[in-house]
Design a protein around this ligand. Structure first.
Ligand code: PLP
Length: 340
């Protein structure tokens, strides 16, 4: 039994999802004639109470398109120092939109309204880049799946309104946050100008991310997606997987969260673990005590057919997901308990 806990992107489509893919009605989406893509976009826009949704192949492309829709070259966006849009999209913000990022020293990938306000450049001081956008991430990836307090998001919205800034959410794992905190998707649709949701993380599809936004901003979204090379043809096969995931793989995210918290609890009791970060969703980040090497630990796990991630700076990461079964969970916990 091979146990892959590196990421929630390692899942394979379930039988039901494959069936939905096989039966999808498709057309040429570049002509906007794929009925299944249109159905998915309408479904998700409605779920969040957003004007429009557009299907993208990847989360990075959808975030990059959002940044382009909000900004002009030489402007600046504000984000946490660990933000995916800054760290893991290949420098795309500067390449695609010509903008710089003002990095905020947040808490587990989350920033506050006060920090946003402090980091806005004075708009009439023409020497510094004009601040025009704030990007949040929920849940945070490098922050260990941490979830924002929605009240803080509302405060950030107020700061954005006061200073005329756009507000984008990188919601690669937004459904994890919504399930964990029992939130209403429509509240997110109301507070953000644009947001992205990945279908290929906890939701378990082979690919796909939706970009949602207000009509005024989204009117150029198809053009920007085209420029980035993201116009797709009979992509309804993948949209069908997305619709299937919305119907079948949302509530079950709570199971991933439960398993992650059990892993965190077990790790805390082990003598070789120095610290486990708060575990709110499906990501567990932990550190080994001095004298234990991360490389050796990972190698020992690998010898037992278990793979996890090393995020550097002593951070080890485990991510639970759809293909991580109860039997794998039992075995992994046992291996952690036995390790010396
Ligand atoms: C995975 C992820 C994305 C999108 O990544 P792609 O691999 O391009 O789909 C964006 N933001 C966060 C926080 C992520 O974890």
């Amino acid at each position: 039994m091979k146990i892959d806990l590196r990421s929630d992107t390692v899942t394979k489509p379930t039988k039901g999802m494959l069936q939905a893919i096989m039966e999808a009605e498709v057309g040429d989406d570049v002509y906007k004639e794929d009925p299944t893509v249109n159905k998915l976009e309408n479904y998700v826009a409605e779920l969040f109470g957003m004007d429009e949704a557009l299907f993208f192949p990847t989360g990075s492309m959808a975030n990059q398109a959002a940044i382009k829709l909000h900004t002009q070259p030489a402007e600046q966006l504000i984000c946490d120092k660990w933000a995916h849009v800054f760290n893991y999209e290949g420098g795309g913000a500067s390449f695609n939109s010509g903008v710089s990022c003002k990095l905020v020293d947040g808490d587990r990938g989350m920033i506050t309204a006060a920090q946003v306000e402090e980091n806005i450049n004075p708009p009439d001081f023409y020497h510094s880049p004009l601040t025009t956008l704030v990007c949040l991430e929920n849940t945070t990836n490098k922050g260990g799946g941490a979830c924002y307090d929605f009240e803080e998001i509302k405060k950030i919205r107020k700061v954005c309104d006061k200073h005329n800034l756009g507000l984008h959410l990188d919601g690669a794992r937004l459904m994890n946050a919504i399930v964990a905190k029992k939130e209403n998707p429509k509240d997110y649709g109301e507070v953000f100008d644009t947001l992205t949701i990945c279908l290929s993380k906890g939701m378990g599809t082979p690919l796909g991310t939706l970009l949602l936004g207000k009509k005024e901003l989204m009117k150029n979204a198809m053009r920007v997606r085209k420029v980035l090379g993201g116009g797709m043809r009979q992509i309804g096969f993948m949209a069908a997987a997305g619709l299937y995931a919305f119907e079948n793989h949302i509530e079950r995210l709570a199971e991933d969260h439960k398993k992650a918290s059990e892993i965190a609890k077990t790790l805390k009791k082990q003598s070789y673990v120095s610290e486990v970060e708060p575990t709110e969703t499906n990501i567990v980040i932990f550190y080994l005590k001095e004298g234990f090497s991360e490389e050796k630990f990972m190698e020992d796990l690998q010898n037992q057919d278990i793979i996890i991630s090393n995020m550097g700076q002593g951070k080890l990461r485990v991510v639970t997901h759809l293909d991580y079964t109860d039997a794998m969970h039992e075995r992994f916990l046992e291996v952690l308990r036995q390790y010396k």
